[in-house]
Ligand binder design. Structure first.
Ligand code: DHB
Ligand code: MG
Length: 221
C-alpha cells in the first residue's frame, strides 16, 4: 500500500511545487525513449535541490553523475544567470545526450559538462586550485562515494552544502554483510559520518515515485 500512497503524494507535492517545464520533460523523454532505467531524481527532489540552492545563495555547484542532465537542469535553473555548474559524467553516450539536453534548455553558458572518470577529474580540479563550490550533488557510481565526498570536502568552504543521493538503497544499508558493491559503497560513506567533525550532517529517507532510498545532507563546518 505504501508505495502507491507515496507515489500519489509525490504527484500531489509535484503538482503544488514542482511542475516540470519543457526542458525537463525533454530530458526525461531522452531517457524513456532509449528504454533506460530512469535513475534520475524525481521532480520533487529536483525542487528540493533548488530550495537548498536558494537557502545558501549558491553561485557555484558541482554535480557528480550527470546521466541525461535531468538533475543538472533542475540545478542550473536554480542558479542566477552568472552562476556556474560543473557536472561530471563517465558514460560517453549519456554525456552526449546530456549535452544536447543542456543546450535544449539554453543552459550551456551556466553548465560545464566534463566527461570522464570523476576521481581523476576531481584530482585535477583540486590540483588546479579550483575555487570552492557552494553546493555539491553527488549522484554518480556508488562504490567510490566516500572518495567523492572527501574530494568534495577539499573543494568546499565553511557553509558549503553536500547532498548525496541513494545512501539508503531500499534499506539494504542495514545489512552489514551485504556483498552488493553499491550498498557497500554507500555504507562506507555513511559510516564515515559517525566520526566526522568536518560536517554537520543527517540522512533524509526518501519515498515517492522512486525506490525507497535516502539523501545525505551535510553542511561543512
Ligand atoms: C542507481 C543509481 C542512482 O543514482 C539512483 O538514483 C538509483 C539507482 C543504481 O545505480 O542502481
Ligand atoms: Mg541517484
Amino acid at each position: 500500500m505504501e508505495r502507491t500512497l507515496f507515489e500519489k503524494v509525490d504527484h500531489y507535492i509535484a503538482g503544488l511545487t514542482a511542475k516540470e517545464n519543457p526542458a525537463l520533460l525533454h530530458a526525461t523523454a531522452t531517457i524513456d525513449g532509449a528504454n533506460l532505467f530512469n535513475q534520475s531524481i524525481s521532480a520533487v527532489q529536483g525542487k528540493m535541490l533548488q530550495v537548498f540552492l536558494k537557502a545558501c545563495n549558491a553561485q557555484r555547484v558541482l554535480e557528480l553523475g550527470t546521466f541525461r542532465a535531468y538533475s543538472t537542469i533542475w540545478l542550473a535553473q536554480g542558479l542566477p544567470k552568472n552562476g556556474k555548474l560543473v557536472t561530471i559524467e563517465f558514460d560517453q553516450t549519456h554525456a552526449e545526450v546530456a549535452r544536447q539536453n543542456i543546450e535544449h534548455a539554453h543552459l550551456e553558458t551556466i553548465v560545464e559538462l566534463k566527461v570522464g572518470n570523476a576521481l581523476e577529474i576531481l584530482a585535477t580540479m583540486i590540483q588546479d586550485n579550483e575555487p570552492p563550490f557552494d553546493l555539491f550533488f553527488i549522484d554518480a557510481d556508488k562504490p567510490p562515494y566516500l572518495e567523492y565526498f572527501q574530494m568534495a570536502l577539499k573543494m568546499s568552504r565553511k557553509g558549503s552544502i553536500i547532498i548525496c543521493d541513494n545512501v539508503i538503497r531500499n534499506g539494504k544499508v542495514l545489512d552489514e554483510d551485504s556483498t552488493d558493491e553499491k550498498v557497500r559503497g554507500v555504507q562506507r560513506l555513511n559510516d564515515f559520518l559517525k566520526n566526522c567533525d568536518q560536517v554537520t550532517a543527517t540522512i533524509l529517507q526518501t519515498v515517492g515515485t522512486k525506490e525507497y532510498d535516502g539523501m545525505l545532507i551535510a553542511v561543512v563546518n
